[in-house]
Design a protein around this ligand. Structure first.
Ligand SMILES: [Zn+2]
Length: 344
């Protein structure tokens, strides 16, 4: 089968690798029908140490179950399923608390002996806890939006939940990537009164406005902080969604939260420390967030996608086959594409 491997910065290759097979009785094999490239895939694309063997890429997928292990009960061959970017058993103490990314028997696609999803097929561990059966056909028009439930829509929603977005609140979203744009949509869905997007790319800003952004701040650093203060009557935002992960974006996020406000961070941190310890202390800022328990959120968001209430799939502005994946990385890295879908 074909799979996407990354060998070093800018070096993505589509290669033939051994077919996946059932290893554990709780596994399922899924033949992938849709996958995509994530903003977080761009971190290794820029910085990874060169590898002789390559790193298996991709963690967002929809596909058809091809085979199941002897202990799998909830999915069967032929089911169309969506998988969150982390697999989980659905039964341990953390899964029962809705924090599936901390599952005691869980893990992530593309790590260790579990392959990545930018591939023709994938072995899904803990299939019963991980996979959600979709009640639509494999080429349904809703595929782009359903695919965002694998990661970006759930992650944007997690940022909003961690930032305590609620009815009437003033929200700021730092970052105009697919997660930030989904964060805007999630904030509107949760009733935010005003949604300020900090971003600079016209195509992304246009989509964010359609998703509910009411104000755009394109300045950077101190100027961005000042601009947000200006338009919030000097107060700052109740809820800030940090959707980038750099020191500067985190500092901006912390600096535009109003006293007593909350920052929900979902950008994978590229630094070891969080800045602005003293101002956030004196302003009683809550800092929350982490890898989104997307599996839990699928239950909440799927009905809204199925009835057309939200249409997060609009973040996909390129479609490619698997051979075009290296170009897809290039386009996303050059900010020519917001998010690239891989159709098999
Ligand atoms: Zn668990």
């Amino acid at each position: 089968m074909k799979a996407t491997l990354m060998y070093g910065p800018g070096d993505v290759r589509v290669e033939t690798v051994p077919d996946v097979r059932i290893i554990e009785p709780t596994d399922a094999l899924v033949v992938i029908t849709r996958a995509c490239i994530c903003g977080s895939d761009l971190w290794p694309y820029k910085t990874m140490n060169p590898s002789e063997t390559g790193r298996s890429m991709g963690h967002e997928l929809i596909g058809v179950v091809d085979a199941v292990g002897s202990e799998v009960r909830k999915v069967k061959r032929g089911d169309l399923v969506v998988a969150p970017f982390a697999f989980s058993d659905g039964t341990c103490i953390f899964c029962r608390e809705g924090l599936h990314t901390s599952c005691m028997h869980g893990g992530f696609f593309g790590i260790g002996d579990v392959g990545g999803a930018q591939s023709e097929a994938v072995r899904v561990p803990q299939a019963d806890g991980t996979l959600v059966v979709l009640p639509v056909g494999r080429d349904d028009d809703l595929m782009p939006s359903l695919l965002t439930l694998s990661d970006v829509m759930g992650t944007g929603h997690h940022a909003a939940v961690c930032a305590k977005v609620g009815p009437g609140k003033t929200v700021a979203v730092v970052g105009d990537g697919a997660v930030g744009i989904c964060g805007v949509l999630a904030a509107r869905r949760l009733g935010a009164g005003r949604i300020i997007l900090l971003g600079r790319h016209p195509d992304r800003i246009a989509l964010a406005k359609e998703f509910g952004a009411t104000d755009i701040v394109s300045e950077r650093g101190d100027d961005a902080v000042e601009r947000v203060r200006e338009i919030t009557h000097g107060l700052g935002a109740h809820s800030v969604l940090e959707c980038v992960g750099l020191e500067q974006s985190m500092l901006t996020a912390l600096s535009i939260a109003r006293p007593g406000g909350s920052v929900g961070r979902v950008g994978v941190p590229q630094e070891q420390t969080i800045p602005a310890a003293q101002p956030t202390f004196y302003n009683n800022i809550t800092v929350s967030g982490g890898p989104a328990p997307v599996r839990a959120y699928i239950e909440e968001l799927l009905p809204d996608v199925l009835d057309g209430g939200i249409n997060p799939g609009r973040v996909f502005d390129r479609i490619t086959d698997i051979e075009g994946v290296p170009d897809g990385y290039r386009e996303m890295n050059d900010r020519k594409a917001i998010k690239v879908m891989i159709k098999f």
